[in-house]
Design a protein around this ligand. Sequence first.
Ligand code: DQA
Length: 150
Amino acid sequence: MAQTQQVKRILVIHGPNLNMLGKREPEHYGSQSLGAIDRSIKDRARELGVEVSAFQSNHEGELVEAIQAAVGQIDGLIINPAAFTHTSVAIRDAVLLLDVPVVEVHLSNIHKREPFRHHSYIADVATAQITGLGPAGYIYALEALAEMIA
Ligand code: DQA
């Protein structure tokens, strides 16, 4: 935990294909681009007085490395591992390196979709899961984390 810092830092990690938001299956993921989502997270962070940085990658190893690099540097993590939610022991193990609250976010409700999306390798190592609330889910995750780490 980055206890000596004044301003609390939250990292937002987006997994594969989320860079295509706005163009990708809008019936599941809506019409907002990832840039617009990140901007609204950062606007809300400013209001809450926390610092947010956001990272997206289509590569599992890059996501693992981003989490590793955050160890001891952040006060909370918001992560939408996208398809890796359902496959990645490596991302789960990386999340276990953190000793800060972690909120898993999904735009769509993964439990209402195909059976292979019902299982998350992250859910039981996260503090909470927000699924099915669209981009607002990131804002709720941020608000919850800001309160938890205040
Ligand atoms: C997702 C749900 C995943 O099943 C899917 O692979 C994604 C996005 C969501 O935000 O709803 O890419 O994580």
